[in-house]
Design a protein around this ligand. Sequence first.
Ligand code: NAD
Length: 404
Amino acid sequence: MEQTVVDLQEQRISVLDDLLEQVNVTSLLDSWGPEKVIQVYDPKIKMEGILVIDNTARGPGKGGFRISSGVTPTEVFKLARTMTWKCALADLPFGGAKGAINADAYSIDKIRFVKTFARAVSTFSPDQWVAAPDMNVGEKEIEAFVEEIGSMKAATGKPERLGGIPHELGTTGFGVGVSIESTLEVLSKTVTIQETLENLKVVIQGFGNVGSELTKYLANRGARIVGISDYWGAAYNPKGIDASKALKHAYACDEAHSIKGCKGATAIARDDVTYLNCDILVPAAISNVITGQNASKIKAKLVFEAANNPTTIIAEQTLFKRGVLVIPDCIVNAGGVIGSYVEYIGGSPDEAFAMIEAKISQNTRKVLKSAINSDTITLPRAMAMKIAQKRVSQAMHRRAGQEL
Ligand code: NAD
């Protein structure tokens, strides 16, 4: 096919944009942060690490670190900024931060890389950064990290024998369930949606930690889970998928164990699950799955963002115009970080679940009620951001006052 000059120019601009994204951190600066963007390198083992401490006005920056090839400072910054708002909204004494090691997790000695990364950023942790698990980082890597730093306060998500509250206990999925129930209670007073989960049709995209724990919660409340997907495919049953059968396919690591093989359900194409007839859609897998291109095909009345950034801005507005509400990630999936806070202060798993229930229920109600009662039509996310930004701004003013 013949390429026009405009096509070629666009390609060049996009290549330049990509390059800029990797190296240019000054374009990220705004009135909130980031306070520090640290890039570290160990030439001996070729370990490239990034740490972004976005804002510490409310406390040390909280956020996990991931091992992922091709990860850029911009990507780490966006994740750190999300943590700034999430911690403020949950009213935790934490700021926002995120770390990353740029490597293929399957072809490195992970523990050695993590220890090298820990040494390189040890000046900042635990005072300015409290780490946690993220992609390709589990409790073993976190144990290596805290040992190398020499402080148990340097990270959460530690093994239980070190006083940790592992994410595997299901804190995030539980919080998603609480947010769904609180939403139904508030909305049922103003729109035609029932107040309880009993028999409501739910679709879950992603069947790992969050998706499977949410399934347990919903099944206990009598919801009808009509569709579940994972990386390899999806299962569908309009009468409801049997949760105990589905859970045999949780955390599948290969196609043979995929949810698409779930007994008593029909296998359908992976992405078709998003367009099923249902009341509630829960994206619990990856980012940017509901976009301007496919938003008009969503049939759910409510979308709960269990994943981080699953809905693009355009998609959220398209859905809103059609009367479909998106309850944002900074409220819905905060169970993990609230559990981390309880670990940080030496609390127990029971205390973590109690705090998650109280905070997520309160935040969901507060944001929805203020969105409903506002003079102009407002997205729940805009309301959530307003609350979070006010809290961070107040903390920044307090800190500036102390520094005078
Ligand atoms: P996980 O790795 O345990 O599970 C991810 C699931 O998504 C897997 O079942 C995988 O097969 C599936 N998946 C991947 N690509 C898919 C696709 N294109 N379509 C459908 N399914 C796909 O991850 P998790 O811990 O359950 O996290 C899920 C999401 O929730 C992520 O976005 C994560 O950032 C977010 N989150 C997790 C936590 C937590 O505590 N685990 C906390 C906050 C946010």
